[in-house]
Design a protein around this ligand. Structure first.
Ligand code: FEO
Ligand code: CA
Ligand code: CA
Ligand code: CA
Length: 652
């Protein structure tokens, strides 16, 4: 049979030691190259970067944004797909000290009025960067200045709203009285991509760019809109009188007038969505797909794709004790809609077909290794026996209201509060879904009370939802500092699944090192994740970390690990990865001091692996990502290309 004939996949590198340096560390025989760091000009006429270069709003609008996170490559031609493509990458947030280094730091960052030019520059440093990149014959990667594919979307770019919320009263604003447009995307963290060739940028910690000092809507409170000052204080800047006078005032959503035309009360309701972008067509506005729910979306990951079946996407809400969701399209997948790389045609209409109509579900994980997807539809029955729309005080046909209040809807349906869901990834052959649960300082012991608080969101770390919740079968460790990874397989119907814990993070010396990690693969706070399908039903699961757990952080900076996972087991509380098989989990790379390692994909031929180094402390020293700085450098988040010196496939 084919099972006998296939060559078992094995990791052909030695686990690298933990390290704490200002450099990227990769296994012997590999190179790591810095590509498109923050501030790289996308234009043809380029001012060379230097550490004293002052950033301006104008320059930032045509340069790579800051704090690279999720990303994906979009081929321009099948035959050159592994050497040339459009790189789409999220610019999640900013390091104000690095941005304003030549000026000695930001002006009035904590209080007082921010200069308009600074706020505008910071707004332009957020969002999404699209840039054409290619490899030279010698394997050196570079971006293509002036490429027609180069493009920036920022926290000010005009975007369309689509799906149930579009055109509803919830999103009528001064800017868009019809409720059809939004301004900007923000805090795009993990990402997604569709089989029809579009990019998905996912809005995560967007509540923090707003402030509401007055009466709050239910959803403002639940999602954690700040009540005193926004994260960067953009609302304090005075707009240019020649432009719309609400350029900055819109970030203060305090209700002040009689209705939504008199203030910016609905502005935040145009955020919290999955944002679809056609990387091949710069003339098209991005579209916010509201049917996939409104919360702090970490990412958006395609489920198993089958002709004639619905298209499925998974997304986690990264906050303590928030939920995992899946969206199931109403339309069945038609292979004729698959991407035709490089061709110009209307991909966003295909996106509307699959992403604007469907059902959103929240996950409940049960103790027997089974789980249920709970529909967030108006007629769904809540835990206490009401209709969901009634329990939320909404009209029977108000699907928009349910989407606006997605988190409350999931509460009422009895979803399982999780340990901060971050990235997911799907084995396309088996359909098994992996998801990282990064950590949870508010996970209390068995039998304790769940304490629901509205609006406790801290600026630095998400912290809304249930302020505390007791352990449950899928989140079994109190005060889970090291995090874990779970996986599930869908059942025959849409609503049932089977799950198990895949691996628990830990320091090797921990008493609850449940997966038997060693000095060579100890990790904590898993975040980025990619199931790298290598064919024959086999693949590598890549795990990236964003760690604040001291037990591991004292030994190593954030890292990239790899494992070849076996098939889903029987389910239950026991982790699949234990002391018996931990040697298969290997550390492939370590990032520089201060960073998190995120954003991952590889070329189709698997000869180049792309990752992102976000919020480094003193890096990069040069285009060689493995080089240490001799003194201090102005830190720049960057993409890093990892290749083998012999040009072979990564990791195997
Ligand atoms: Fe932006 Fe949940 O990481
Ligand atoms: Ca991050
Ligand atoms: Ca993340
Ligand atoms: Ca994280």
């Amino acid at each position: 049979s084919s099972v006998d004939q296939k060559t078992p996949l094995a990791l052909a590198f030695e686990s690298v030691r933990g390290s704490r340096t200002d450099a990227v560390v990769v296994p012997p025989g590999y190179t790591a190259q810095v590509l498109v760091p923050w501030g790289t000009s996308l234009a043809e006429e380029t001012q060379e970067w230097h550490d004293d270069l002052p950033m301006t709003a104008e320059r930032q609008a045509t340069s790579v944004g800051m704090h690279h996170d999720g990303m994906h490559g979009f081929a321009l031609d099948e035959s050159t797909a592994s050497r040339r493509f459009v790189l789409a990458l999220n610019n999640e947030y900013i390091d104000q000290q690095a941005l304003w280094a030549p000026e000695g730091g930001p002006t009035n960052a904590e209080e007082g009025v921010r200069p308009a030019e600074e706020s505008r520059t910071e707004i332009n440093a957020h969002g999404v960067t699209l840039v054409e990149v290619e490899a030279s014959a010698d394997g050196h990667w570079h971006h293509v200045p002036g490429s027609p594919y180069n493009r920036r979307l920022t926290s000010a770019s005009v975007m369309e709203l689509a799906g149930p919320v579009a055109g509803s009263d919830y999103v009528r604003t001064r800017f868009s009285p019809e409720g059809r447009l939004a301004r900007g995307t923000n805090n795009n963290c993990g990402n997604g991509f569709t089989p029809w060739g579009t990019y998905l940028a996912c809005e995560e910690n967007w509540p923090n760019i707003f402030v509401n000092t007055g009466e709050r809507f239910r959803d403002d409170a639940r999602i954690g809109i700040p009540t005193q000052r926004s994260r960067y204080g953009w609302e304090t800047s005075a707009g240019d009188s020649s432009e719309q006078n609400d350029e900055f005032a819109r970030f203060d959503i305090t209700p002040r007038g009689a209705d939504a035309r008199d203030d910016y009360r609905n502005e935040a309701r145009t955020f919290g969505y999955q944002v679809e972008i056609d990387p091949y067509d710069g003339s098209r506005r991005a579209v916010k797909r509201t049917a996939l729910g409104r919360f702090r979306h970490e990412g958006c990951w395609l489920g198993k794709l089958e002709p004639g079946k619905p298209v499925v996407f998974y997304s986690g809400h990264d906050a303590r004790n928030e939920y995992i969701y899946k969206f199931v399209s109403a339309a069945a997948w038609e292979p004729a809609d698959a991407n035709r790389p490089g061709e110009a045609y209307d991909r966003l209409t295909i996106g509307a077909k699959y992403l604007d109509h469907g059902v959103l579900y929240a996950a409940r994980f049960d103790a027997n290794g089974r789980g249920e997807w709970l529909p967030l539809t108006p007629e769904a029955q809540t835990v206490d026996g009401r209709r969901l729309h009634q329990a939320l005080g909404l009209a029977a046909d108000d699907l928009a209201g349910i989407i606006i209040n997605t988190c409350d809807a999931a509460d009422l349906m009895g979803a399982t509060p999780m340990d901060r869901p971050e990235w997911a990834s799907v084995d396309p052959a088996s359909g098994e879904v992996y998801i990282t649960l990064t950590n949870n300082s508010q996970r209390t012991g068995e039998g304790s009370e769940a304490t629901f608080t509205n609006g406790g969101g801290a600026v630095e770390e998400p912290g809304v939802g249930f302020a505390t919740a007791p352990t449950n079968p899928a989140n079994p460790r109190p005060d889970n500092g090291a995090g874990h990874i779970i996986r599930w397989r869908e059942g025959d119907g849409v609503t049932r699944f089977a799950w198990e814990v895949f691996v628990f993070g830990a320091a090797a010396a921990d008493s609850d090192n449940l997966s038997g990690l060693t000095e060579m693969n100890q990790f904590a706070s898993p975040d980025g994740l990619w199931y790298d399908d290598r064919g024959d039903g086999q693949g590598i699961l890549w795990i990236q970390t964003d760690n604040g757990y001291a037990g591991v952080a004292e030994h190593t900076n954030d890292q990239l690990l790899a494992v070849v996972p076996g098939a889903l087991g029987t389910g239950g509380e026991q982790a699949v990865m234990t002391a018996d098989n931990q040697q298969h989990l290997k550390r492939f790379a370590v990032g520089p001091n201060g960073c998190e390692v995120t954003g991952i994909f590889a070329t189709p031929d698997r000869t180049a692996l792309f990752i992102n180094i976000q919020h480094p402390g003193n890096w990069p020293a040069s285009e060689d990502a493995t080089e240490q700085a001799q003194g201090s450098v102005r830190p720049r988040a960057s993409t890093v290309v990892i290749q083998r010196q012999d040009g072979g496939q990564i990791a195997v």
